[in-house]
Design a protein around this ligand. Structure first.
Ligand SMILES: *Cc1c(COP(=O)(O)O)cnc(C)c1O
Length: 378
């Protein structure tokens, strides 16, 4: 049986044309017309914020922290329920992560525990230097509440919108609410440049400074002169050429992924399976369709039973992110919450969600889930 992937790259055909252009004009470098166009196209797409295209979303977060002058001894608040790439850059600048739990509705950062964390850190004389707010699986967080708290305590907000390109909150692109936002174009994301990322901000200075740091911090001189440490974080023009083609069909891919979600939701409308919500005024890109499975409703069958049964049928699914405060490498750091994310990790599963899934693929996934959960129910 053909392998069904969780989320695989989906080219439109134009990418090849743009990559060929890059080859024909010999712009095989981290500079060139496709890189400029990709940045302009993203800028237009997200409503005007300035854009630096980079080698990865992780690099974008690293630069964001450096642009806020975060370093040794500083603390940075980060969503606990996320991929490690959200938190790793905090350690690159020798700062300390402080993890905040999820709330039930969005599965993203809890405003309540965010405020508790800030108050407690302030009382210990350690006012956080930034908040990294993650939008998991393409859905918004309680953005208004979080911004209100960030403003109240005057802590800059960085949005990790790596999974959320194409999603909005109150009609505005996720990633454009905070001081800075980041996107990822890794191979499994909603659009891909094979590997890549972007830093975005309405503050033009951040973006020009990020490009400077991303190209080895070269001073303005005929020779190579450096007054600070730089990085090699720029996106290549060849990758950007792929991105130009991908951005053209982003909205179409969002619709296809939203269609997958609707299909799963209709087919798996059974007591004991819950779907991640889309709440007030939010529009999710439905990067991944995620469900929770209550073993009590299925004779003790767990999400792990479902995952393993599907794996045998050559269908890739994945548990939800294991929270950072449970990770061996991060468990020594402070955590504020009520373990909502631990519960989600326990019972949650990401289903195959690519924009290139066929109806046959979707039927196979649903059939596999029904077989394991519903067949032998008394
Ligand atoms: C993918 C991802 C990143 C990292 O992006 P890369 O481009 O792979 O470095 C960061 N945060 C989240 C939530 C992600 O899913």
């Amino acid at each position: 049986m053909k392998k069904i992937w969780l989320s695989s790259p989906h080219m439109s055909g134009n990418e090849y044309k743009y990559v060929t252009e890059a080859f024909d004009t010999n712009w095989i470098a981290p500079i060139g017309p496709h890189l400029n166009k990709f940045e302009e196209d993203i800028q237009k797409y997200i409503g005007g914020s300035k854009v630096a295209a980079l080698s990865s979303g992780t690099a974008a977060l690293h630069l964001a922290l450096m642009l806020l002058d975060i370093g040794e001894g500083d603390e940075v608040i980060c969503s606990s329920f996320t991929f490690a790439a959200s938190a790793n850059p905090i350690t690159y600048v020798n700062a300390t992560p402080v993890f905040v739990d999820s709330e039930n509705e969005s599965w993203n950062m809890s405003p309540e525990y965010l405020e508790e964390a800030i108050k407690d850190r302030v009382s210990k004389g350690k006012k956080p230097k930034a908040i990294i707010l993650v939008y998991l699986y393409g859905g918004a967080a309680k953005v208004n509440e979080i911004i209100a708290i960030a403003n109240k305590y005057d802590v800059p907000l960085i949005e990790d919108a790596a999974e959320a390109l194409g999603a909005t909150y109150k009609g505005k692109a996720l990633g454009t609410f905070g001081e800075m936002g980041i996107f990822s174009f890794n191979g499994n994301k909603i659009i891909t440049t094979s590997g890549g990322g972007a830093l975005v901000s309405t503050n033009e200075e951040y973006i020009s400074k990020s490009k400077f740091l991303a190209t080895q911090a070269r001073d303005n001189a005929p020779h190579y002169q450096h007054t600070q440490i730089g990085y090699n974080y720029r996106m290549s023009n060849v990758s950007a050429a792929i991105g130009v083609g991908q951005l053209e069909i982003l909205d179409k891919h969002v619709k296809l992924r939203r269609g997958n979600f609707e299909f799963y939701k209709n087919e798996l409308d059974v007591d004991g399976i819950e779907f991640i919500k889309e709440f007030d005024d939010t529009y999710s890109n439905r990067w991944l369709t995620c469900i929770t499975i209550d073993p009590k409703k299925f004779n003790g069958k767990t999400r792990e039973d479902v995952r393993l049964a599907l794996e045998k049928q050559n269908i890739e699914t994945r548990p939800l992110w294991k929270p950072m405060h449970m990770q061996p490498v991060f468990e020594k750091y402070p955590f504020y919450g009520d373990r909502t994310s631990e519960f989600l990790f326990d019972v949650g599963l990401c289903l195959p969600s690519g924009s290139n899934l066929s109806q046959d693929d979707l039927d196979r996934v649903v059939g596999g889930i029904k077989d394991i959960l519903l067949l032998n129910l008394d």
